[in-house]
Design a protein around this ligand. Structure first.
Ligand SMILES: Cc1cc2nc3c(=O)[nH]c(=O)nc-3n(C[C@H](O)[C@H](O)[C@H](O)COP(=O)(O)OP(=O)(O)OC[C@H]3O[C@@H](n4cnc5c(N)ncnc54)[C@H](O)[C@@H]3O)c2cc1C
Length: 393
């Protein structure tokens, strides 16, 4: 029987970083994913770019994950937000807080590549994929896990990082509350004529937000951005089927700041939901990342909150281990749960409010939005508060 201190179910963006963070502090893990690394890196699997906020990039530096990503990361120096057909706009300029950028845009495939490059050969990480938890036996001293491949292991704690549909979370009877927005996010990347000057744009349309995220120029010098175009479900399905040149033409009408567009990827279509659980822990079990909380991508923060889970859980496990405590004890898990409640609920509530406030053409809400956002732009402490939230600091 294999011995490891923890088992991580799900080796995605959060589970993979969890394993690296624990290994960096000397804690061994067995990572179980239903998909192989090759499959997760396949061109057609995940076309998203992620806004890695400043705090997450610093966490990656600590765990030696930033070095392989930094060459693929485009700085976000400025965030501009405005409502289509309205006079107000907000600008968050990184210089108001110092020299650091507000964050970076990195393609998900590069983050996954970075995780696999470090984790697959790490002496403290055993990566099992494709594989699946078949059953478990919880004992006073730990938990025995039995995998579909026949592999068995004894660990102190199971960390669930299986994403929003986590089956082990549901098996444990952890209840979730789901909000559907009846929206889907179309995701693709495109070339544009004009440089983006490292500005991330968020434009609120009544149909949903449209985000342009600055990417590094291509090797032949063409300017590039990642796009998340949120639309009501049926409209999204229609646009996802259209010819890419039609999509490009429509986007120039909606967003005239970067010149002509040319899509260079396929279009991915993600149903958008928000979800929150009633608890993060069970007997020798804790959930992190999207298994525990899903928020609308409007603020580009979902996985950053998951990485904060990974960092907090690492710190607590290392601390409790140094005190001679059992990693899977209720004391350890309760400490984790208390430390993460506020941040996860706050992000969930903030993004939910943003979507509900902006994804409509209400004549009553429109002046309130203008007033509120005009105020944020003018009141420096308020603006700095939002900037720090976006940077995760
Ligand atoms: C359109 C869109 C844009 C986004 N943009 C941003 C952004 O800019 N910034 C940001 O912070 N967030 C963003 N997000 C959110 C972000 O993508 C998610 O928060 C993130 O993917 C969650 O990672 P995760 O590892 O928790 O879950 P997942 O990415 O879902 O990974 C789960 C892993 O578990 C594996 N798995 C599933 N079931 C099992 C099982 N039974 N056993 C073992 N393994 C299993 C899967 O194969 C997968 O590898 C965006 C989301 C969307 C939809």
């Amino acid at each position: 029987m294999h011995q490891a201190q923890v088992c991580i179910l799900g080796g995605g963006l959060v589970g993979g970083v969890m394993a690296l963070s624990l290994a960096h502090r000397g804690i061994s893990s067995i990572v179980v994913d239903t998909e192989t690394p090759d499959r997760l890196l396949a061109q057609n699997v995940d076309g998203r770019t992620t806004a890695v906020n400043l705090a997450s990039s610093q966490f990656f530096e600590e765990i030696d994950l930033w070095q392989p990503l930094s060459g693929q990361a485009a700085r976000i120096d400025n965030i501009k937000v405005y409502e289509a057909n309205q006079p107000w706009s907000i600008q968050f300029d990184h210089q108001e807080l110092g020299r650091d950028p507000m964050g970076y845009i990195v393609e998900n495939r590069f983050i996954r590549q970075g995780i696999f490059a470090k984790a697959l050969n790490h002496p403290l990480i055993k990566w099992c994929a494709p594989d699946k938890l078949l059953t478990k036996k919880i004992k006073a001293s730990g938990v025995e896990i039995y995998l579909e491949s026949g592999e068995m292991a004894e660990v102190s704690l199971i960390i669930g990082a299986e994403g929003r549909h986590s089956p082990t979370r549901d098996d444990r009877g952890i209840k979730k509350k789901q909000f559907t927005y009846s929206q889907k996010g179309l995701v693709f990347s495109l070339y544009h004529d004009k440089p983006h000057h490292n500005i991330a744009w968020e434009v609120f349309h009544a149909s949903g937000p449209l985000a342009f995220l600055p990417m590094l120029d291509s090797v032949d010098g063409r300017h590039r951005s990642g796009v998340v175009w949120t639309l009501p479900e049926t409209e999204a399905d229609t646009w996802a089927q259209k010819d890419v040149s039609e999509v490009a033409t429509r986007l120039v009408d909606m967003f005239p700041h970067l010149g002509e567009f040319e899509l260079f990827t396929q279009i991915w279509c993600y149903p958008l939901i928000a979800q929150m659980v009633d608890r993060f822990i069970d007997d020798r079990y804790v959930i992190i990342g999207d298994a525990a909380h899903v928020c609308h991508p409007v603020a580009g923060q979902g996985v950053n909150v998951g990485w904060r889970d990974a960092k907090a859980l690492t710190d607590i496990l290392v601390n409790h281990l140094s005190l001679g405590l059992d990693l899977g004890s209720q004391t350890t898990l309760q400490t984790y749960q208390r430390s993460r409640r506020m941040d996860t609920y706050a992000m969930f509530a903030m993004t939910d409010l943003m979507v509900r406030l902006f994804s409509n053409d209400s004549k009553i809400l429109s002046p309130l939005r203008s007033m509120g956002l005009g105020a944020v732009n003018k009141v420096s402490p308020l603006k700095k508060f939002f900037m720090k939230r976006a940077m995760g600091v």
